[in-house]
Design a binder for this molecule. Sequence first.
Ligand code: GDP
Ligand code: MN
Length: 381
Amino acid sequence: MNLHEYQSKQIFAEYGVPVPQGEVATTPAQARQIAEKLGGKVVIKAQVLTGGRGKAGGVKVANNPAEAEALAGQILGLDIKGHLVKKVLVDPAADIATEIYVSFTNDRGARKPLMMASAAGGMDIEEVARTDPEKIIKIYVDPHLGLHDYQAREMAAAIELPQELWPAFNQIAQGLWHAYWDKDATLAEINPLIITGDGRLVGLDGKMSIDDNAMYRHPELEALRDKDEEVAEENEARKFGLSYIKLDGNIGCMVNGAGLAMTTMDIIKLFGGEPANFLDIGGGAGADKVAAAFRIILSDPNVEAILINIFGGITRCDEVARGILDAMEQVKVTIPLVVRFGGTNADEGRALLEGTKLITAQTLSDAAQKAIQAAKDAKQP
Ligand code: GDP
Ligand code: MN
């Protein structure tokens, strides 16, 4: 789950990171009131769960409350990379001398948290990563020991931070580290962390991603979930105990087990197709669950054929076959459906599907090729 800038900065502040004390507005009039309260220049910032807001016109400085209202009016309702702006953060404007990048993230390859920082922070950090990767300094953190002060100092030196700012940088790095660690984040990022004209460090932009698998440990974060920003189908899937991730291909997948679902996607690609989604229906496959899965897969207009791949263990393939047939009474499936059963009662399952318009397959390779072909045939007039 991704958190908005204002939510991330609020958490960072609780961990001692200095951030601007702004407020969120949902209307231009509210933005004006906040600007009046703050006094002086303010910055109006689109709160959407995507980066690059600055370049998309989603971050603007207002000189007075009237301007704040006008700019909020421009930014609210903007479409930034497919995200509709419904909220803006009104922060006191900062006097920026230098923009620094700092973050903690999971390095899965190293199986460790990774601290990254760069003197070349700001809006073009992705570009820096591409063109001058040596300008991004990396320091691994031992998960058992946490971030040591000497590591924060080493980082401050490496990004050539003026020495008088090292203690402040250490405090911010420790705060960010503890926020990342305590909240089970996969990312805690400040970009830019600025040096102000009068020589203070301030976290101007914040971003946090929380590991979904750890959300049960953080009921306090569940309230921060922005339903508007989540893929509706992914929410629907969660209700039925399905794991669904939308992708860009045309072959819908319904599989029991995450590993098998990934294998299925690989095999589809191996035969030149593109999966439309990842979908793990989990254990058991009653009609209601399968029907929900059909509805979710079919809500994607790119899907031209569906591949159902079931390996029967405790869940028996004949049970699943009945679930599929019952679900097809509930949901009208007009595109080709290819079913591959393996494991417990695979033959019985296939027998139940005989005489229906469902296409059955013995092996996964066979099934993938049939699904790709069926999608092609369905496109022919
Ligand atoms: P992002 O583009 O989505 O990462 O949004 P940021 O919050 O990082 O803002 C983008 C850029 O806007 C920053 O790198 C700054 O250069 C600029 N910016 C943000 N807040 C202020 C501010 O208070 N004053 C000034 N002068 N510039 C700001
Ligand atoms: Mn930023």
